[in-house]
Write a protein that binds this ligand. Sequence first.
Ligand SMILES: [Zn+2]
Length: 330
Amino acid sequence: MTRLSARHRPRLWIVLVVLGLLALAVWINSPVVGRLFDRSGERVAALPAAAPFRAGQRVLMLSPHPDDETLCCAGLLQQAQAAGAQVSIAWMTAGDGFEFDAALTERTLKPGPQNMRALGNTRVGEARRAAAVLGVPAQRTYMLGYPDGGLFRLFTTNFTQPYTAPRTRADAVYVTGALTPGAPFTGEALEADITRVLDRVQPDLVLAPAPQDFHTDHHTLSYIALQLMSRRGQADRLHFWVVHGGLEWPVPKGLHAELPLTVPPLATRLPWTRVDLTDEQREHKLEAVRAYRTQTQIEPRFMEAFVRANELLSPQPLPESGSGVAASGE
Ligand SMILES: [Zn+2]
């Protein structure tokens, strides 16, 4: 090796890293690359259609945060209502744990507990507006208001002992219009609130996050929903969706309403069914996504990437073979 080539070696690494990052950016953002390298679009086309909705059917969406109900399911919630079904939405949290979001909306570099609580109340308003866009009236929406990012604590260490959320410094439900104002941040209270909603709605179909969803609040809600519905002898009424599906899913980012929503990498072996959206349903979905101003100002390309030709729903929480374990992503 000459001294010259040794001096150039570090630069070669830089070039390789830059090229790698460029390739990654193209993969994430280009609608063409994905179609060239995988057959996921064909796989989606071959999936069976989801069971149609019926008049009089009662559908309950369990949403961990304001926006999940829209990202996963805005199209099928519209279809349910068009078929004469009654749709209700329950949000577990107000999405008050996103510090960077509060910094932007509250115009402060270091958002304090009051700023975080203000963000929570803003997101409650956005959630109700998005629901209205999807045709779900306010009296069929339930804001539970438990801590964003805290559901796993409630499910485990804080089932009976109130949890203090680090961002809001709240240890009880504080958001305006909550189902049970002042309820302590405990798993017990959360379960009691979900049970209240189940008793009131008497759902035939419950839409919950799949155990494979990467976000901790999401898979924790999946476990809670499975437990509560099993105790009622109604676990078969649960159907599952994914929002945080792993590996930058859904790619490409941005608005590509004509492309299929592919199967999420973390849950490839779930028995997915497909719900095809009409142009009008996609337009309403985009409108509902954009009702979440606090979110779209930060990650518009992630949010809009869910507006696709189809949505996906699994009637089972685990792959049929039983070999896949949720936590390890199958
Ligand atoms: Zn979420």
